[in-house]
Design a protein around this ligand. Structure first.
Ligand code: SAH
Ligand code: SF4
Length: 365
């Protein structure tokens, strides 16, 4: 087998790109140009970097290359959510979901292939963990989708003209917000996710305020995240108000029970004006009683937070059901009356299997 000894430029951190350039005795500004072409111009090969002379491109091609996620399939929902299935170098697949809203364009990204947490309601969890994603594979979901958006805009003439932006980049539609709510448990792939977060902030240029990481509650890693990563938003998949119930739907709770999780949330250093998001999937007859709503209020007392109530998105192979709409509204009302911020959030793109892991499950290579 031919082993590719060339360096994958996307696998390098900013400092590593600078070192590579300096070692080859190239001027340092070449590093900034490389970063600009990879992260702002979405160059998929060294040959696309037309700012470099042919000689320089040839030289770089000798020692390096730019890897790319390969788009296998994309599906657009009637609510304009768009889901992408990407192929990795080892033929594994991951999903990313683009969610256009009035004033933002959010990409929901994956942090692992599969997931080891085994939550009962989640399709990703049902297949177990296949492998962690590398930080560049996490970041590359954003680059790949930005490139697709840009190409579509040029093809369809959606955006009247691409004007060259101040920095020499294209201005136009781009992803503005990131949520780590795709496949995988981000805190179970801690180092790669932290590195990805830095690259998203520093190299892609998305503000840390516009990034949200969702976790099933790997307690020790939550405070560590606040020490090691940029100050992004934290979301906790809570989904139950007693250990008895949470143990049955989220096995991670046996290791890190509700009290330890909530105590950690109380200690989490929140930036001014920020709130922790608690996600609560409502499952018929399991966690949707009015007692649950009252217990939830008690649990979250004193925590600056908001709650996303998500009626279960059922999937074949699971016996769990979504509650009636009336129950969802009653549950929300109790929280609102007690001055909690509670929104009902439908999982987007139900007609395209947008809930976590569902597109991948329907695809065989
Ligand atoms: N592992 C992390 C992030 C990925 S899961 C976590 O669990 O937080 C992202 C979100 O998808 C979680 O909030 C999870 O509760 C939700 N989710 C998974 N399966 C779902 C389903 N069948 N219906 C609705 N939401 C689901
Ligand atoms: Fe993993 Fe999150 Fe799905 Fe649970 S909900 S199995 S932690 S991806």
């Amino acid at each position: 087998m031919k082993i590719n000894k060339k360096i994958n430029l996307k696998s390098l951190s900013k400092d590593e790109i600078i070192t590579l350039i300096e070692k080859r005795e190239l001027p340092r500004y070449r590093a900034s140009q490389l970063i600009h072409w990879i992260y702002d111009r979405y160059a998929s090969s060294i040959d696309e970097i037309t700012e470099f002379s042919k000689d320089l491109r040839n030289f770089l091609n000798e020692i390096a290359f730019i890897s790319n996620l390969r788009l296998v399939k994309s599906l657009k929902s009637s609510d304009s959510t768009e889901k992408f299935l990407f192929l990795l170098e080892d033929k594994q697949t991951i999903e990313s979901v683009l969610i256009p809203e009035k004033d933002r364009l959010t990409l929901c990204i994956s942090s692992q292939v599969g997931c080891a947490m085994g939550c009962r309601f989640c399709l990703t969890g049902s297949g177990g963990l296949i492998r962690n994603l590398r930080s560049y594979e996490i970041v590359d979901q954003i680059i790949a989708v930005n490139r697709i958006i840009q190409t579509e805009a040029i093809d369809n003439n959606h955006i009247p003209t691409f004007v060259r932006g101040g920095k020499g980049g294209f201005s136009g539609k781009k992803i503005t917000n990131i949520v780590f709510m795709g496949m995988g448990e981000p805190l179970a792939n801690f180092d790669e996710v932290v590195e990805a977060l830095w690259r998203i902030v520093q190299l892609i240029g998305i503000s840390k305020r516009k990034i949200t990481l969702s976790t099933a509650g790997i307690v020790p890693q939550i405070l560590l995240l606040s020490e090691k990563a940029p100050e992004i938003n934290l979301a906790i998949s809570l989904n139950a108000t007693t250990d008895e119930v949470r143990n049955t739907i989220m096995p991670v709770n046996k290791r890190y029970p509700i009290k330890s999780l909530i105590d950690t949330c109380r200690k989490y250093p929140l930036q001014p004006g920020r709130r922790i998001t608690f996600e609560y999937i409502l499952i018929d007859g399991i966690n949707d009683s009015l007692d649950d709503a009252h217990r939830l209020i008690k649990l979250l007392e004193g925590i600056r937070c908001k709650i996303n109530l998500i009626p279960l998105n059922p999937h074949p192979g699971s016996d769990l059901k979504r509650p009636l709409e009336r129950r969802v509204l009653e549950f929300q009302q109790i929280l609102l009356k007690n001055n909690l911020r509670a929104l009902i959030r439908e999982s987007k793109g139900q007609d395209i299997l947008a809930a976590c892991g569902q597109l991948r499950a329907g695809h065989t290579l």
